[in-house]
Write a protein that binds this ligand. Structure first.
Ligand SMILES: *[C@@H]1O[C@H](CO)[C@@H](O)[C@H](O)[C@H]1NC(C)=O
Ligand SMILES: *[C@@H]1O[C@H](CO)[C@@H](O)[C@H](O)[C@H]1NC(C)=O
Ligand SMILES: *[C@@H]1O[C@H](CO)[C@@H](O)[C@H](O)[C@H]1NC(C)=O
Length: 862
């Protein structure tokens, strides 16, 4: 018996309208068949819903909540079986409702009934039913991690894969007898026949003992180099040069009778030796691109000191080589850089105070111990992507050691977590060679397994996924990663856009790191908001959010007191920097760039579903992003929040309009200067006609900043674009940038070298003015203009910002000296001396010695 549709509709409608009906009605699948009808009320010459129901002889159940004009309907099951098997392979369902619809369709299109009343009604019904589908009960399988079949025993696996390596049984990160679920889960990947064949990775470290029987068979000499001694092969010459060999063994130790096996035991491994002595930026830059057409993965288990005091980032040149690796390495698919998150956890150190680990180009890997617990040393931060197994709780990583047939049983720290991840990426590249560097990051985030769900550090992101500063998105699982990689749809190219810069109370910082203006940080901190509009996204061809960068200018008498966090329009908070009791630097944050992956917007497996059915969910960057800068409210220390800006990274809307990112020459002054390397058409809010230095800032937005502190003076927002008053001294540089942008065509012909020269010249001149003011009594032993207008890039010595002019020689070619020349790092002498990322355990059998005589000693006393 049929209810009147109109009646039901009237009964239901008010409830829908009031929004009180929150649960779908009961179903009775035993007695009824269910269908979904999409009824188009706007169909011309269409039938009403009521007529449709009558014609199909179904009764309405309800409208599908968010899906407008879709109706769930039902009909009593016919008394006879409705499924008639026709042969073995084909079975056709006889369904009275579907059949009735087919009849109506036939009638509607029949010439015979063209003018009959039946024909007319049939055409109306057919015109208004866009979609009709019988609902079939289907069991969806849970997205649980693949069941750990009967846990593989060491004997089983050794037998199956013919592994005779004597210490294989101790490699618990491959098979863990005591805690079977806590392994890298690579055995099922080996079972798929994937062991790394044809893929090359490089360990950038203190050398690689290619005479080791475990590494010799698969050593890639062509892609190896010693940047410390400038020799062809990366032999570890110092007594303590064992670290790189151990890391290499984890990835690619051969299946033979020496020690154990690597995760990708048939892959090739190169050694790039940089850590045994101080090296220049130029060597480090070349090292990170070494063999980058053939090397897929660079495993880097080092970084600035993890002492809770350092603030160190790669210099301009090194960052440029990393961007080059991303844009051009692996035939444009991008080098895969894997970085250890750092071992300063016990010193309140955080990976967002390290410019390598908080780079968007790194897969940052923290550590997890053999029981799946967080080892105290592993650094946390919003840039942490995943964790991988390593030492802790008395257990270490067992791997190859330096020597002909030596094994290490005490390897660990985040140093050993990164190569475990690198080994998994090698397997994935074998499975899907076309994965880009961003696909690797998506896969890492999507397939990471949550561990220790009771840990209060887990927080829900806008996508519903959980993120933890300690674990990132979870622990890397080789089987999940590789199987997901096999069916992965490659992501669209990268897009990005820059928010306008906020200058609090006219805050500025010049190239000499000299701050002015800003809002004093009161007892409850300072907040400021940047508003992102839909238009900004569209004009920058920007679709879905991945990484965010937050650049801050903060002056402070004690840097370690400062805390920074940002809250997204969806209310998701990223803690960017927490206090570091040991960091007493007085240099503040002169344009330091934080990174967060906590706002990664859409998980691609869900993307089509969400986007098509419900409009974009997840983290949509449109709206207000609010930063909060606070300190420890100490009576003796104080600071000023001077300014900030954001940079958003994500996918393109239109891949055809994608561009390759180019590193700007200068990006740490406030207000930012126009970047001549980026064509102005991509940033329509930037115009070339403005005469004033600040005019490139988007109109209106630059002024939006607010403070939550009642103690601080009311802010004086900057005047609208084009009306800012500048001190003559400060306007010089910006004026130059304007000259550049307004004469782009002319300069374009002269070439990049000249642009660099001109900008550098401007800085140099400006620096000199500053120095003459600040260091009037010091003699300047170089001619500031020499090499500037000579268009010889190699001779552009840019002085280290704000320091004694004589220091400039050690700075080399870089505009970002302020990042590199951290107070702590400056004790390291010339060049850049990153540290190993070994576990700082007191019971470490082989303590890690200083990298070199000039390197900072390990201050991490147990
Ligand atoms: C690296 O790959 C290129 C092709 O991209 C090839 O010509 C070259 O021989 C390879 N070099 C090594 C060292 O494998
Ligand atoms: C890697 O080493 C194994 C020995 O374990 C050897 O059989 C294999 O051929 C080597 N692979 C390459 C690519 O040289
Ligand atoms: C900041 O310090 C002052 C004095 O030391 C104290 O009165 C005030 O309560 C503190 N404010 C906060 C938010 O802790």
């Amino acid at each position: 018996m049929l209810l009147s549709w109109t009646l039901v509709a009237t009964l239901l409608a008010p409830k829908f309208a009031l929004g009180t009906r929150t649960t779908p009605s009961q179903r009775s699948y035993d007695t009824h068949n269910y269908y979904v009808v999409e009824h188009d009320p706007r169909a011309s010459a269409g039938a009403s819903l009521d007529d449709v129901m009558h014609s199909l002889r179904v009764e309405p159940v309800e409208e599908l909540r968010e899906l407008k004009h879709h109706w769930l309907v039902r009909a009593e099951k016919p008394p006879t079986p409705d499924l008639v098997a026709r042969g073995d392979t084909q079975s056709r369902e006889f369904d009275p409702v579907i059949d009735r619809y087919h009849q109506l369709r036939d009638t509607a299109s029949s010439h015979l009934s063209a003018r009959s009343e039946d024909g007319l009604r049939a055409r109306e019904v057919v015109a208004s039913v866009r979609h009709l589908e019988r609902q079939v009960l289907r069991q969806r399988s849970k997205r649980a991690p693949p069941p750990i079949r009967r846990p593989a025993t060491i004997e089983d696996v050794s037998h199956r894969f013919g592994i005779k390596d004597p210490i294989f049984s101790k490699q618990w990160h491959l098979i863990n007898d005591a805690y079977p679920e806590h392994t890298m889960n690579v055995v099922p990947v080996w079972e798929m026949g994937l062991t790394g064949k044809g893929v090359i990775s490089a360990v950038v470290d203190d050398g690689l003992d290619f005479t080791s029987e475990d590494l010799a068979p698969n050593f890639s000499a062509e892609n190896s180099y010693d940047f410390n001694d400038h020799e062809e092969l990366p032999y570890p010459k110092k007594s303590n040069d064992k670290h790189g060999t151990r890391c290499a063994g984890q990835i690619a130790a051969a299946k033979n009778d020496a020690c154990g096996v690597g995760i990708a035991y048939d892959s090739k491994i190169a050694g790039i030796r940089i850590l045994s002595k101080p090296i220049t930026d130029v060597d480090e830059a070349v090292a990170l691109n070494y063999g980058f057409q053939n090397v897929s993965v660079y495993s880097c288990s080092w970084g600035p000191p993890d002492n809770g005091r350092a603030l160190g980032a790669p210099s301009y040149l090194i960052r440029k080589s990393v961007v080059n690796g991303i844009n051009n390495g692996r035939s444009g698919k991008g080098s895969i850089f894997v970085f250890a998150s750092g071992n300063g956890g016990g010193h309140e150190d955080q990976c967002n105070y390290d410019g390598y680990t908080n780079s968007i180009y790194s897969v940052t890997v923290g550590a997890l111990d053999h029981k799946g617990q967080h080892p105290y040393y592993s650094e946390a931060c919003a840039a942490n992507m995943i964790v991988a197994y390593s030492s802790g709780d008395g257990k270490h990583i067992v791997t190859t050691d330096k020597g002909k047939n030596e094994c290490a049983t005490n390897h660990g720290g985040t140093s050993a977590a990164a190569p475990n991840a690198a080994g998994v990426f090698v397997l994935a590249v074998q499975a899907r060679p076309e994965l880009t560097w961003r696909d690797i990051q998506y896969l890492a985030i999507e397939t990471a397994k949550m561990i220790n769900p009771e840990d209060p550090d887990w927080e829900t992101t806008a996508t519903g996924r959980k993120f933890s500063y300690k674990y990132g998105y979870g622990v890397l699982d080789a089987y999940k990663f590789v199987t997901a990689a096999q069916k992965w749809t490659l992501v669209k190219p990268q897009a990005w856009f820059d928010s306008p810069a906020i200058q609090l109370n006219g805050g500025k910082m010049n190239q000499a790191n000299k701050f002015s203006g800003g809002t004093p940080i009161g007892p409850s901190g300072v907040t400021s908001t940047i508003t992102i509009t839909r238009d900004m996204l569209k004009t920058n061809n920007f679709e879905a959010l991945e990484h965010i960068n937050i650049q801050v200018w903060i002056e402070h008498t004690r840097r370690g007191d400062v805390e920074v966090e940002v809250v997204s329009p969806k209310g998701v908070k990223s803690v960017l920097g927490k206090k570091r009791s040991g960091d007493a630097a007085k240099t503040g944050f002169p344009g330091w760039v934080f990174m967060s992956i906590k706002h990664w917007s859409v998980f691609l497996s869900l993307k089509r579903f969400w986007a098509d059915q419900f409009g974009s969910r997840g983290e949509d960057p449109v709206g207000d992003w609010t930063i909060k800068v606070s300190d420890q409210n100490s009576t003796s220390e104080s600071g000023t929040f001077v300014g900030w800006k954001m940079k958003f990274w994500g996918t393109t809307i239109d891949p055809k309009k994608a561009e390759k990112y180019e590193l700007p020459l200068v990006d740490n002054v406030l207000p930012p200067i126009n970047d001549p390397s980026r064509p102005a058409i991509d940033v329509p809010t930037v115009t070339e006609q403005h005469a004033k230095p600040s005019a490139f800032l988007p109109e209106g937005v630059v002024t939006s900043a607010s403070t939550s502190s009642s103690h601080v003076p009311a802010e004086t927002p900057l005047a609208a674009a084009g009306t800012t008053e500048q001190e003559p001294d400060d306007s010089f540089l910006a004026d130059v940038s304007d000259v550049i942008s307004s004469h782009k065509i002319v300069f374009g012909g002269i070439g990049v070298v000249s642009l660099i020269s001109l900008v550098a010249g401007a800085f140099y001149f400006r620096q000199r003015q500053e120095r003459l003011k600040n260091y009037a009594s010091l003699s300047d032993d170089t001619n500031p203009m020499a090499g500037v207008y000579g268009a010889e890039p190699a001779s552009l010595a840019v002085p280290s910002a704000g320091r004694h002019p004589r220091d400039r020689v050690s700075v080399g070619l870089g505009f970002h000296s302020s990042f590199l020349d951290d107070d702590d790092l400056s004790t390291a002498g010339t060049g850049h001396t990153p540290k190993y990322r070994d576990e700082p355990d007191a019971d470490e059998i082989t303590p890690v010695a200083p990298v070199s005589s000039t390197a900072p000693t390990d201050t991490r006393a147990p």
